[in-house]
Design a protein around this ligand. Structure first.
Ligand SMILES: Nc1ncnc2c1ncn2[C@@H]1O[C@H](COP(=O)(O)OP(=O)(O)OP(=O)(O)O)[C@@H](O)[C@H]1O
Length: 248
């Protein structure tokens, strides 16, 4: 098995006795574009919080040889686990390049930062190309289109050399064209990394997921290819609904 994989074993998160994540076991490999779906309140965001250290979890979350449960947020980030949130978090008053530069400099000292400013570091250059914003590098992030801001956030994870990307509703609010471009970006990025996408957009999932985990009430209800989970009667019952178009 490749060293870059995320392995969750019996992960649990409890808030005042309420089991938000209730014994989740799943493995996501490098090159997999895994979609995490489920009804509102199923525990998707809490599970991502558990992986990134924002929610206190029990059980085991391993990235390669490293155990993440019990580690602090910044240590988990340094191990190469990156995430985006439901709302965009770019620095609107700074340019695209400055946003990437700051992300690339996270953890570097001021002198290193100063030296790095003399030229655009190769990792930043590569990220600009990957996210399709090379032409907008000197624009303020605040004037970018909604989709472009979300791509910039992904770029910020790339320059930090995140090996695992956890993206919370990355296409919410995007146009149809932006959705397609985001899916293609995730395919490019996901070829070399482990990507988990929390998403409610079923058309987007059908187009781009290589595998799907369905959460319900904090537990894994179903897992497999898009066709497999869509054909699963339990999924149709609790999530996709009796009227959903099943395209097995
Ligand atoms: N900090 C918290 N304290 C108490 N309960 C919480 C906390 N965070 C989440 N919950 C509860 O845990 C459950 C799972 O929430 P979570 O946000 O993980 O679901 P989700 O599947 O991401 O939902 P959505 O699709 O609506 O974003 C919900 O019932 C929520 O109210």
């Amino acid at each position: 098995m490749n060293a870059d994989y995320l392995e969750l074993d019996d992960v649990r998160v409890t808030f005042d006795g309420f089991k938000a994540v209730d014994g989740v076991t799943m493995t996501v490999l490098q090159g997999d574009l895994r979609f995490l779906i489920g009804p509102n309140g199923a525990g998707k965001t809490t599970l991502v919080d558990a992986v990134t250290g924002l929610a206190p979890a029990t059980g085991s979350i391993r990235f390669g040889r490293d155990e993440l449960v019990g580690r602090k947020v910044h240590r988990i980030a340094r191990l190469g686990i990156g995430r985006t949130f439901q709302t965009s978090s770019v620095f609107e008053q700074l340019t695209v390049l400055q946003n990437l530069d700051i992300a690339a400099g996270a953890g570097r000292g001021p002198l290193t930062m100063l030296r790095a400013r003399l030229g655009v570091p190769p990792a930043v250059e590569a990220a600009l190309e990957t996210i399709g914003l090379a032409g907008q590098r000197d624009q303020l992030a605040g004037v970018l289109a909604h989709g472009q801001k979300r791509w910039l956030e992904i770029g910020m994870l790339l320059v930090q050399d995140a090996r695992v990307l956890l993206l919370d509703e990355p296409v919410a609010g995007m146009s149809a064209d932006e959705r397609i471009r985001t899916g293609e970006l995730l395919q490019r990025v996901g070829a070399e990394r482990t990507v988990i996408v929390v998403e409610h957009d079923m058309d987007f999932m059908r187009s781009f997921a290589t595998s799907v985990t369905v959460l319900h009430a904090g537990k894994v209800l179903s897992e497999g290819t898009v066709a497999e989970v869509q054909a699963d009667p339990r999924v149709q019952e609790v999530y996709l609904g009796p009227g959903s178009k099943v395209q097995a």
